[in-house]
Design a protein around this ligand. Structure first.
Ligand SMILES: Nc1ncnc2c1ncn2[C@@H]1O[C@H](COP(=O)(O)OP(=O)(O)OP(=O)(O)O)[C@@H](O)[C@H]1O
Ligand SMILES: [Mg+2]
Length: 455
């Protein structure tokens, strides 16, 4: 009898090797090669006949554009991240940590769609129908057109989907589904890849919008091969601070919309509630007049958000002082600390510095540099900054304060929330056109800011 062949596949990138290796030569990750049975190469194409194909090239001018008919989920923050709703026949992957609320979000959205008499099918491979119903009761999901199925065999799922012909289909989660044609375990790389390929085919062919929930690994990447992200149309990540009740939905990839927009939700008993004014939420627990606490504005997509930055500067006996950051780039903070030392002559070299964005938001833009400078200096000097002050501006290596964009929307948001004063780059101040009821103070260098604030 022929010996059964096995193959080692990297669970992170899909690389395959006939022998085991500690490190994947393709994606360089360690301990990701897992033994799997060698499978015959399967693909969607082999499982169908070609008689039904009647496609021909067509001039672009003859194709009707139908952008308007997206399926809105009636959840404002989700629609915003999707770019206005679900596009017909698209495949959306939703990833996120365990227990963050993926199933809740999708079930809520599906219930809202079903309320408009659009048939939707929610397939759960993780929970029994009773368990899903338990959640649905809590969320108040009881639309006639919302169909549930608890199933893990892909072939059965596809059969039922073709029979019911729902407009939208949800798979919770892709790691629990398996095809009977492969012998590897559900959740393994070959299974996940094949399952998504077939779902993609179903979505495009039947014009059935499909939402697929995926687990994430310890490192925070979507479990399964990176190639998954290339196959699907949209990748959304659901993230949040474990202990906190709010969650942030971010588009990592979107073929039909911007990837800058984020959605903010609050997890409550009755489900995820969209937060229309995140600034108020992020500033709600701010301690007033505490040294090290300042307010900055981050623009995500088109929406400005005011967030609190906190710094703690403490003397240390460590030869290499600690620089710890949460929510802002570590290197960026090291750079700004060096600028403070050199240009404002603050002796930070024998101090540990911790910088945190309150509320668990991650800020990627440099427009908050001036705020980081102000909060570190404020904690170091143990002098508080008035609470109604906003800091805007990027800082360069020579200590110069550089212009940033969206200055007016940021200032307007601050004024709406009752802020009185705004420190901003001098070059931005010169170009300001609209009147915003704030006291603007133009700043050109870091040293100038420190002088105005603390001396
Ligand atoms: N009664 C409740 N009141 C408030 N929040 C609740 C309640 N029940 C559950 N939750 C919240 O819902 C979360 C679970 O949501 P959900 O099952 O949608 O997460 P998930 O991302 O699908 O998890 P998994 O990865 O395990 O499938 C819990 O972590 C909790 O925060
Ligand atoms: Mg779930």
């Amino acid at each position: 009898m022929a010996k059964e062949k096995s193959i080692y596949s990297c669970q992170s990138c899909g690389y395959q090797s006939p022998k085991w290796m500690g490190k994947c030569p393709d994606c360089q990750s360690w301990n990701t090669l897992i033994e799997e049975k060698k499978e015959p190469e399967l693909s969607v194409l082999e499982t169908r006949t070609f008689d039904d194909i009647d496609t021909a090239p067509i001039s672009i001018t003859h194709i009707k554009s139908k952008d308007s008919d997206r399926i809105t989920t009636h959840i404002s923050e989700l629609d915003r991240v999707l770019g206005g709703g679900l596009v017909h026949g698209s495949l959306v992957l939703v990833g996120g940590d365990p227990g963050i609320g993926k199933s809740t979000l999708v079930l809520q959205a599906f219930n809202a769609i079903a309320k408009k008499d659009i048939p939707v099918l929610y397939i759960s491979g993780e929970e029994s129908l009773e368990q899903t119903k338990l959640r649905a009761d809590r969320l108040g999901a009881k639309s006639e057109s919302l169909y549930l199925l608890s199933e893990t065999l892909l072939e059965k799922v596809i059969k039922e989907a073709k029979k019911l012909k729902p407009k939208v289909l949800a798979i919770d989660s892709v790691q629990t589904l398996y095809t009977g044609e492969l012998e590897s375990a559900p959740g393994s790389i070959s299974q996940v890849r094949e399952v998504v390929a077939r779902l993609m085919y179903l979505a495009k062919r039947e014009n059935m919008t499909t939402v697929v929930i995926g687990h994430v690994t310890k490192e925070g990447a979507l479990a399964g091969p990176r190639v998954l992200e290339h196959m699907v149309d949209t990748v959304l990540y659901f993230e949040g601070d474990g202990g906190k009740s709010y969650r942030i939905l971010r588009a990592v990839k979107n073929r039909f919309g911007s990837t800058n927009e984020i959605g903010v939700f609050e997890m409550q008993e009755e489900g995820l509630i969209p937060v229309e004014n995140p600034s108020e939420l992020f500033l709600s627990e701010r301690p007033l007049n505490a040294p090290g606490s300042v307010v900055v504005s981050a623009v995500e997509g088109t929406r400005p958000m005011l967030v609190e930055l906190q710094a703690l500067v403490t003397p240390t006996i460590l030869a290499l002082p600690r620089r710890t950051t949460i929510g802002v780039d570590h290197n960026r903070v090291s750079l700004l600390v060096a600028v403070l030392e050199k240009k404002a002559e603050l002796a930070l070299y024998n101090h540990d510095i911790y910088v945190n964005v309150a509320g668990g938001l991650r800020i990627q833009e440099t427009g908050v540099d001036l705020g980081i400078i102000a909060s570190v200096a404020s904690s170091f000097l143990n002098r508080s900054i008035e609470s109604q002050v906003l800091f805007l501006g990027e800082v360069g290596l020579t200590g110069e304060v550089r212009a940033i964009n969206h200055i007016e929307v940021r200032a307007k948001e601050a004024s709406r929330l009752g802020f009185k004063k705004c420190f901003l780059p001098m070059s931005n101040l010169r170009k300001m056109k609209t009147k915003v009821p704030l006291e603007f103070i133009g700043i050109s260098t870091v040293d100038e800011l420190i002088q105005i604030l603390f001396r």
